[in-house]
Design a protein around this ligand. Structure first.
Ligand SMILES: Cc1cc2nc3c(=O)[nH]c(=O)nc-3n(C[C@H](O)[C@H](O)[C@H](O)COP(=O)(O)OP(=O)(O)OC[C@H]3O[C@@H](n4cnc5c(N)ncnc54)[C@H](O)[C@@H]3O)c2cc1C
Length: 453
């Protein structure tokens, strides 16, 4: 074996997963197609759950530093730091949960540093994959063997195709193209038009139009799109740094086929509306890393990995649902205009506003556990202050760097399977390595400890 686990793709999800595997005592090997990291801006934000996941591994200071620039850029481009649903920018950020405005290339630099010590081989496009009872053989120039392979190779995942996963879902309704443009003469004001949406502000210009329209490639095509959308003739002299994305929504039914697993965009694709893809993928990695580590170490049987799909598939499904709803609200036409006005009015109600904030951040995600449990068990634990038996205050995330489970207890006790901290300001709590509450104070933690550790 060349490694315990081959991770295909050194995007954000692959890098975080590899670091989690290493922390769990497994030996990962990352194979990445690109010679150098991508500088494509793509995502520009992390929601509450992903931010907290990275805090738990000690990356809070790096995220806070990047957030300063990221927030400036966001305010410049959107004119607000409020979140949006289908480009209705009304969502007030939750004050009790964090978010981070960070460009994806910067995040990848932070994660690459975090994964230092992991073998990452660049310029290695994976082209073939075979699995047998003992392991997998992955070909990228040469052939590498490992016990498991995880495809973190993005929406067009080669691993997904080679391993024969079906990818059911819905095709794209809308296409968005955005970038930096230079116009000669005047341009129509930003807004929704009969043929789609024309947006400009800060440094960005963009169009959203039906995916059935001809795809704009050259500056002249881009001008033609603007004419189709707004009816106005414009001259586009230059169009660069473009980003384009559609809103097809697809998800694999099972995130594992034998020794092949998928995480991040490889397992699910959807429109970037509301900025949720990165959160979803990093949470997949947080969920899978410690579990696969336990299986590789021999502490857990392979069937333990079934909890990965059981927990993460519904989380992905929820994002596909809300991004499809956003696409419906982004389509052109007077009926949709009317519906948008009503949704915008609803968002002025504080309860509804919070509903949208919770929906997009995923904070209400609750996993279905194989033992009886009530809320907040199954949910991701927010960060909070704890006070130890000596009266010393600290934050919860300062106690989670080992990647082990964590038991907060009010009694003097030892429990070798997890880290133990005696606390005086909160009830007892058992956290899994991914920050999910496994048990909270009622009865004994024995079942939860045996189930997860
Ligand atoms: C325009 C745009 C805006 C977005 N905005 C947001 C946002 O604000 N917030 C948010 O949360 N999400 C956003 N997203 C989504 C987010 O960018 C993705 O969800 C995220 O990149 C997924 O990470 P990943 O690691 O799963 O895949 P990727 O980032 O796609 O990484 C996959 C990696 O695998 C490598 N690879 C591919 N094939 C192979 C192969 N055969 N062999 C070896 N390596 C391979 C690739 O080179 C790449 O490095 C946006 C996306 C787009 C397009």
């Amino acid at each position: 074996m060349d490694a315990d686990v081959i991770v295909v793709g050194a995007g954000p999800v692959g890098l975080f997963l590899a670091a989690e595997l290493k922390l769990a005592g497994a030996e990962p090997l990352v194979l990445e197609r690109l010679e150098t990291p991508s500088e494509e801006p793509k995502a520009r934000g992390l929601g509450a759950l992903a931010t907290e996941a990275l805090w738990r591994r000690g990356l809070g200071a790096q995220l806070a530093e990047a957030d300063v620039e990221g927030t400036k850029d966001l305010t410049r481009d959107h004119g607000t730091t409020r979140g949006h649903f289908a480009s209705i920018f009304k969502i007030e950020p939750r004050e009790d949960r964090p978010r981070t405005n960070i460009w994806q290339p910067e995040l990848e630099r932070v994660l690459a540093k975090h994964a230092e010590g992991v073998r990452v081989l660049r310029g290695q496009p994976v082209t073939a994959l075979e699995s047998d009872v003992d392991g997998v053989a992955v070909t990228a120039g040469q052939t590498w063997r490992a016990k498991y392979v995880v495809g973190c190779d993005g929406g067009r995942s080669t691993v997904r195709k080679l391993a024969g996963f079906a990818f059911p879902g819905t095709p794209a309704l809308l296409r968005t193209v955005a970038g930096q443009a230079r116009f000669a003469g005047t341009v129509p004001p930003p807004g929704r038009y009969a043929g789609g949406a024309f947006l400009h502000g800060g440094s960005m210009v963009g169009i959203t139009e039906p995916a059935s329209n001809p795809e704009p490639v050259t500056p002249a095509d881009f001008a033609a799109s603007i004419r189709r959308i707004t009816g106005a003739d414009v001259v586009v002299e230059e169009f660069r740094e473009e980003r384009r994305f559609g809103d097809q929504a697809r998800q694999v039914d099972d995130y594992r086929r034998g020794r092949v697993l998928l995480a991040g965009d490889a397992a699910h694709v959807h429109s970037p509306s509301g900025g949720q893809g990165l959160n979803l993928g990093l949470l997949d990695a947080a969920n899978l890393g410690w579990k696969l580590g336990a299986v590789v170490r021999g502490d857990k049987p392979e069937a333990f990995l079934d909890t990965y799909t059981r927990e993460r598939h519904p989380a992905g499904e929820a994002v596909l649902r809300n991004t499809r709803a956003q696409s419906a609200l982004l389509a052109p036409g007077p009926h949709v205009d009317a519906l948008r006005e009503i949704v915008a009015e609803l968002m002025d109600l504080p309860e509804a506003n919070k509903y949208f904030a919770d929906l997009l951040s995923g904070v209400n995600t609750r996993y279905d556990f194989p033992y009886p449990a009530t809320k907040p068990v199954g949910q991701h634990c927010p960060d909070f202050e704890i006070v130890d038996e000596h009266g010393h205050p600290s934050r919860l995330h300062e106690h989670t760097r080992t990647g082990r489970g964590l038991l907060l207890t009010t009694e003097q006790m030892t429990e070798p399977r997890v880290d133990v901290v005696r606390v005086t300001n909160t009830g007892p709590l058992l956290l899994r390595p991914d920050g999910v509450i496994a048990w909270a104070g009622e009865g004994s933690p024995a079942t939860a400890l045996t189930t997860w550790f």
